[in-house]
Design a protein around this ligand. Sequence first.
Ligand SMILES: *Cc1c(COP(=O)(O)O)cnc(C)c1O
Length: 428
Amino acid sequence: MNLSDALFDYKHIWHPYSSMIKPLPCYSIISAKGVYLTLKNGQKLVDGMSSWWSAIHGYNHPVLNRALKKQIQKMSHVMFGGITHPSAIALCRKLIQLTPSKLDCVFLSDSGSISIEVAMKMIIQYWNSLGQNRKKFLTILNGYHGDTFAAMSISDPNNSIHQIYNNFLPKNFFAQSPVSSFHSSWNKNDLVSFKKIIEKHSLQIAGVILEPIVQGVGGMNFYHPTYLKKIKKLCDYYHIPLIFDEIATGFGRTGKIFAFEHANVIPDILCLGKAITGGTITLAATLTSRNIADRISNSKPGCFMHGPTYMGNPLACSVAYANIKILQSNEWQNQVLHIERQLYKNLLPLREHPRVIDIRILGAIGVVECSQIINIAMMQKFFVEQGVWIRPFKKLIYIVPPYIISTYALKQLTNAIKKALNKKFLFI
Ligand SMILES: *Cc1c(COP(=O)(O)O)cnc(C)c1O
């Protein structure tokens, strides 16, 4: 980045969760291939983030590129209102094939947050068609479902800084999040808070929404599958639809195509995003059961009231289709298993480090929970010097590398983490 570009960026461009006065430093990436990001100065970084869980097969993938090129020669986009096209049809067939048979109707949208908004609107319309005015959602603390208003209203009140938007956000119900971790034994006290709320407010609650198994931004906790089973039972008992947010966990990240497979619980609505296009273009999907779709369609307006301009974008659909086809070659299972095994070997021993509270590993996710708050700017700089791209937050250093990562490159990631833990100046 020449000075003027860097300065322009600094002065004029917002980055995610950034300040316009004193933004955290940004690194200029000029290309990416496989598991490597290339900086302006030619230095290559091993990517530990998959661009926020998205680039599961690595960057510049020839099959994904080919899908995009082939589609761009036909058409980049065409409106979805009153028009359909082969790329959307092929993708939706694949999504329905990939998900449990109960999930039968697909709504395509632009981003994860929007797929959540869509799910919530659907649920409200569903109750409307049943003649019930239900507008409250039940979720658990430490969740994250996106940055739009409805999505914020079900995300953890502290993480989403609810007090800033206090008078603007709908008020929803928050149960305690489960304490039983994925690999420990189930503690039935975990259900108490959720059960209390659902029993007391069952007639007000329109839907229950959760990230299954992995709570991402809210603390990178992996909770016990039994929790989902119990939640599902309670939802069934009170006839409350269950929505799963698999925007981060979907498409193999946890060692199953979907995280809900760890618990064998099938939701009524499923939100997908992030890895759906293999990290190439933004796209999301909300899948529902036929029953919910029919109810919505029977409600007053006789249709579902949402329709983004770029809905069903052909480029995004064609590359998502190619991405899922790569997954269906089933190499991902060995790749994710390989990552998980290596994390057990190279990351787990860091548990003994005095600056470490906990190490959590599930599928291709490795989390180091530190005892101190991390100086993000400093640690990021340190990681770049070590030749890796890892973006920590709060007390958490986590990696979600592309599935194709080699033993050598993954070792570079875990070695860099190990080194960082020894540097006092990287912590506050
Ligand atoms: C990233 C994420 C979202 C929001 O998706 P965007 O595409 O950033 O809008 C929602 N839920 C979860 C679990 C996520 O990880």
